[in-house]
Ligand binder design. Structure first.
Ligand code: DON
Length: 314
């Protein structure tokens, strides 16, 4: 199929694929361990696809606004790499999937040295947040927001105060992970200050268009889709995409690689960012999650699209 024929096909099929996937939401539930996320509409499903040649397609609840949650971790990793370089970041965090839940404490004590296995599990992401340059938590948060605004091209992008406060008040598990990391000298920075920046970047509000735009920047190896300017060095995007394949869908990343075959990252608010290298940035949201913390309908939709369009990179 030519690019044009592909686009015509996706345009015709997307509403049908989406309608089919929406009913899958009944097999999941919105996250509730962050109390504010429990109010999300369980059967919402939206998608946006942006093409490298500037076209946009949207379907379903594509303007539904949600918080990035773990999707933000891909970009805080990029920022930490840009601030500190590869060598310093990977002194503090590993490169391997865990096979455990995203908030697990298990392997921190089980293996030596006790650094988090990768930057996308909570322990790894909290560590990465501590590596972002800035004198104060406020300055670090501002730099994270500025980075997201630059990548999305949306100067109004900000975090949701209510979700932030809700997570901060209930984050007993993340707090225990962070104190454990501090005790092991993995976390050099102040625990509460680091967590504050972490909760804020997890609470950044976005819709599917923002996700698709972020994904397209990665699909273009760090280049701005409009100007072609380098926003992130290609090497760091390569690292981020590798983690998305091996750990982006947590301990369902192997299954996702087999069934969908695209670099992707999920968040507990139901968002999934996925990309077709060099061609498409995709943003999907469906708040009902499976027991691994991934959007049930969102994964179903990505699988349907990837199979139909033969998008797997493998
Ligand atoms: O730290 C947490 O638990 C949340 N702020 C983010 C977790 C998350 O999104 C895991 N995703 N599937």
């Amino acid at each position: 199929m030519t690019n044009e024929a592909q686009w015509q096909h996706i345009t015709a099929q997307l509403p049908l694929w989406l309608a089919k996937s929406r009913s899958e939401a009944q097999h999941g539930r919105p996250a509730s361990y962050i109390p504010e996320l429990a109010h999300a509409p369980a059967d919402a499903l939206g998608a946006v696809i942006l093409s490298a040649d500037g076209r946009k397609l949207e379907a379903g609840d594509s303007s539904y606004v949600f918080t990035l949650q773990s999707i933000s971790k891909v970009f805080t990793l990029l920022l930490a790499l840009m601030d500190q370089g590869e060598e310093r970041v990977f002194r503090k965090v590993g490169m391997e999937p865990t096979g455990d839940d995203f908030n697990s404490m298990l392997k921190l004590e089980l293996v030596e040295p006790g650094i988090p296995f990768n930057p996308l599990i909570n322990a790894g992401a909290i560590t990465v947040t501590s590596l972002i340059a800035g004198q104060t938590p406020t300055e670090r948060t501002s730099r994270v927001l500025a980075f997201f605004r630059e990548l999305t091209g949306d100067p109004a992008l900000t975090y949701n105060e209510t979700v932030y406060a809700s997570e901060k008040a209930t984050a007993h598990r993340n707090r225990s992970l962070a104190y454990f990391l501090k005790d092991n000298d993995v976390l050099d920075a102040d625990v509460e200050e680091t967590l504050d920046v972490y909760f804020k970047h997890c609470s950044i509000e976005a819709d599917c268009s923002h996700l698709a735009r972020l994904a397209l920047v990665l699909a273009l190896n760090g280049k701005d889709p409009h100007t072609g300017r380098e926003l992130v060095p290609r090497r760091y995007v390569q690292i981020a995409k590798s983690f998305m394949i091996t750990c982006g869908m947590y301990n369902a990343s192997g299954e996702f690689a087999i069934q969908v075959g695209l670099p992707a990252k999920s968040g507990v608010a139901g968002g999934i960012l996925a990309l077709v290298p060099g061609r498409y940035g995709i943003g999907v949201v469906g708040p009902a999650l499976n027991d691994k913390g991934n959007s049930v309908a969102g994964v179903h939709l990505l699988r349907t699209m990837s199979e139909a369009m033969d998008w797997s990179i493998f």
